[in-house]
Design a protein around this ligand. Structure first.
Ligand code: GDP
Ligand code: MG
Length: 446
């Protein structure tokens, strides 16, 4: 498999002080293969490899790294940067800087997830940004599409502007805009029709809507499962419309990231959001670094670095360390937030799938059902605490423990056990903060 192939290459690359054409060629071939396996479009792969080569050649290999590790570092950085990691956190924000209403126009093929994403965005904008949101459907070809938008809009408690399948898309958009202005909506989201394939009439129609309402955001919605086929759709939409961002949907499937890279390559626009579930809370800010890891298979890369037994790739270790929140105080409020996060990612077993292979191996024998159950009990106990108790668990006295136990329906001993487990975890976090990351990763191996 890929890990073994790469590992072999890395071994043969030891003892060289500089990355050269010769010592990177074989490795780059493997990276190229990994990208093609992730269903990245060939032109995007070519450009990427050329970039990595240019950045890598001549780079000095830090004493503690093998050339292979140094190259992996360059590959990872380049990939994350291509996914938009260098654009900064603002890149995934929506713009509102305008006289309200801020108009968001949704574009994409039928089935891409536009209507669902309108519902998700409306929910996010209402709940997180406290915006008054109006939605409207300019999908006049399927009456069911209008009803679907009405339904998702009502589910998230936003306002819906009814449209008739007999109206023209441009007229619908203008009428909704007029309504939004008169009713002081902050945001108007316009859903549009999509065909199964790209066609000229569809492009002209959405261009006309764009010209009529001049949206501040024009979001191209694309199904991650399309893989490299996304490149043609992205090109057609990007040629027809001044896109401002991309929403990558269905990332909860087994998409390998080819679509993400291909679409970024073609449009150069930031991927602002990722759809990670059918449910209307299944929308996340896009995480470029995580996507880069997913494409190359962080599991494989880290295992490879372990294999070389010369320490850990610095970027990868930092990334991992950031994930488990190093460097700050870590209290039960954080823990609670993380448990929530974990649930969103599909519980313990879902989380395990996302961890690098070496961690999965380390936890090989663990019983996931059992773990899941004990996590739920922990959550029950944490939920029974006040915010202050969560912030300072060391202050929890016997009487409070009894109250927490009653609240969570467990024995006091279990509260004690949970608190001492948390205590251990906290000291582990402190060690990590003191730069013990590498030490810990090594110790986990054995
Ligand atoms: P539209 O034709 O572009 O408006 O697409 P829809 O919003 O109607 O979505 C098409 C299908 O994809 C529906 O069954 C949605 O539930 C599903 N869908 C949309 N986004 C996601 C997502 O992020 N994850 C998953 N699993 N399904 C999604
Ligand atoms: Mg739709």
């Amino acid at each position: 498999n890929l890990t073994q192939r790469l590992a072999k290459v890395v071994k043969t690359m030891r003892g060289e002080a500089r990355l050269t054409e010769a010592n990177t060629a074989e490795m780059l071939r493997e990276v190229r293969l990994a990208l093609l396996e992730a269903d990245v479009a060939l032109p995007a792969v070519r450009e990427f490899i050329a970039n990595v080569k240019q950045k890598a050649l001549g780079e000095e290999v830090i004493a503690s790294l093998t050339p292979g590790q140094a190259l992996v570092g360059v590959v990872q950085r380049e990939l994350a940067s291509l996914m938009g990691a260098d654009l900064g956190p603002e890149a995934s924000q929506l713009s509102f800087a305008q006289q309200p209403p801020a108009i968001i126009l949704m574009a994409g093929l039928q089935g891409a997830g536009k209507t669902t994403t309108v519902g998700k965005l409306a929910k996010y904008l209402r709940e997180q940004k406290k915006k008054k949101v109006l939605t409207v459907s300019a999908d006049v070809y399927r009456p069911a599409a209008i009803a679907q938008l009405k339904s998702v809009t009502e589910q998230v408690g936003a306002d819906f502007f009814p449209s008739l399948a007999t109206d023209k898309p441009v007229d619908i958009a203008l009428a909704a805009l007029d309504y939004a202005k008169r009713h002081f909506h902050d945001v108007l989201i316009i859903d549009t029709a999509g065909r199964l394939g790209i066609d000229e009439a569809m492009m002209q129609e959405i261009s006309a809507v764009h010209a009529a309402v001049k949206p501040i955001e024009t979001l191209f919605v694309v199904d991650a499962m399309l893989g490299q086929d996304a490149i043609n759709t992205a090109k057609a939409f990007s040629d027809a419309l001044p896109l401002t961002g991309i929403v990558l949907t269905k990332l909860d499937g087994d998409a390998r990231g080819g679509a993400a890279l291909s679409v970024r390559h073609i449009t150069g626009k930031p991927i602002k959001f990722a759809g990670v579930a059918e449910k209307l809370d299944g929308l996340e800010a896009f995480d470029a670094t995580r996507m880069a890891s997913r494409i190359l298979g962080m599991g494989d890369i880290l295992a490879l670095v372990e294999e070389a037994k010369k320490g850990v790739d610095v970027a990868a270790a930092k990334n991992l360390a950031d994930k488990i929140k190093v460097g700050g105080k870590f209290d039960l409020n954080d823990f609670k937030a993380q448990l929530g996060q974990m649930k969103k990612m599909g519980g313990m077993s879902g989380l395990m799938d996302k961890l690098p292979a070496q961690f999965q191996q380390a936890a090989g024998g663990a019983n996931m059902d059992q773990a899941e159950k004990s996590v739920r009990r922990m959550e029950g106990m944490i939920n029974s605490m006040t915010a202050q108790e969560r912030a300072k668990p060391e202050l929890i006295k016997a009487s409070r423990k009894r109250r927490i136990a009653t609240g969570a329906g467990v024995q006091v001993q279990e509260v004690n056990r949970m608190l001492s487990q948390f205590d251990q975890m906290q000291s582990m976090m402190k060690k990590l903060k003191g730069g013990g990351m590498m030490k810990m990763m090594r110790s986990m191996k054995g």
